[in-house]
Write a protein that binds this ligand. Sequence first.
Ligand SMILES: [Mg+2]
Length: 490
Amino acid sequence: MPDITSLIVNPPHERNIFTNRTLNMQSIQLLGYDMDYTLIYYDVKRLEKMAYEHVKGKLLELGWPIEHLNYDPEMMIRGLVIDRKLGNIVKPNRFGYIKRAYHGTLPMDYKGMRQAYSRTLVDIRQSRWVLLNTLFDLSVGCLYAQLVDHLDRLKLPEVLGYADLQEKISRRLDLAYAKGLLKDEILKDPDTYIVKDAETPLALLDQKYAGKALVLITDSDWGYVREIMSYTFDRHLPDAMNWRELFDMIIVSAGKPNFFLQKQPAFEVVDEEGLLKPVFESLQRGRIYVGGHAGMVEDAFGMDGSEIMYVGDHIESDVHASKSILRWRTALVLPELEEELACLDQFRSEQSDLFKIMKEKVTLENQMIRIKIYAQRATFGYGPQSDMPISALYEKMDELAEKMSALDKRIKPLAIKAWKIFNPHWGLISRSGWDKSYLSRLLEGHADIYMSRVSNFLYRTPFAFLRSSRSSLPHDDELIEGPRRWETED
Ligand SMILES: [Mg+2]
């Protein structure tokens, strides 16, 4: 008889679910799902190029001299922050210190960064900063950086400054989405823009038949949701089942983050044409609504935040907002994680070389500082003295300095390579040098779990007990033995 547990395979590392706060999936009774880039995954490069070209076209109509500009998919990554005051794009670490910055499309050197930011910490609650929250923001970031170059060359006379430039670009992109212009393009040719995926419908079926209520909560409008969900899901569901039957309730044009933060009126979609009727009482299972608010979902299902988990890809609107007031459990979808982990894996042996050389350097540094203090004591005649004469101490220091400089020559190329893992301009999304990135800090603060795709739930099933790893502290080294992860992977 085959081992039935082998039917559910262990996930490859990049398809795992990563846990910030321990979560028992069996205690979750309702899963709310965002749609765009959560249940439906777009081809980022194609979609962002289309969005970029659209906004560029609108700005060309205003007479801006930008015909020659092109979308560069490598120029931006999620988690970068636009500095509207200085026209820079910055990558802060977890404390908000800026570790890397570009002015327009040009990298800033260390001195420039110090002058601009030595007394400044990034805090995205201030209007000066705009976080690139989702993959939808990459085109805006790219165009902004390119247009800062133009603004500096005085080629955009009607723009009042770096903040005004950001508003002009974002407003045009928001308008294009609001009018449905970009979504019409996707619907005309969904094969080009949507990544085919049979696994997500299966993961949701597992959850549905495990007794969980599923609720779609999306900012997209009903016309688009109906078409795109049917296109993406129906072909992968059992015969005679359509995507609407997967969900116990569908909420469109939700208006997040306010959906989670304040009371908003709800309307019921009463026919296929999208005719609306105001809702005066509670929401009902099996219906489709426009707007409303998260409290109405809790009331309709008789559940509180500890039994509900919301899954989305927008750090502020989806996971921060849903956690901040109602304390829903939260999951963030971060598709880039798969490529980032693959890049780290490729760099693994060089990373280990880098660690080894760094360790050698630390040993030499420790020898150096001890000899230096003996040389100082010998010079000023105080404290315990070394057996070596002072001239020998200085000779030893020269010898160590030479060895360290030789090690630096080996470290430099590896460090430069490490600095460029995942993205040649910005490096990793999750780290800023040795430290966590600002994005990682937000993720840690607001998302109970995170993963590259919703379908990673397949591997862990709807019954998993997701335990957080033991978090590390600087004083842990050499004190704590054994695995830092409590759970085994199988
Ligand atoms: Mg989304």
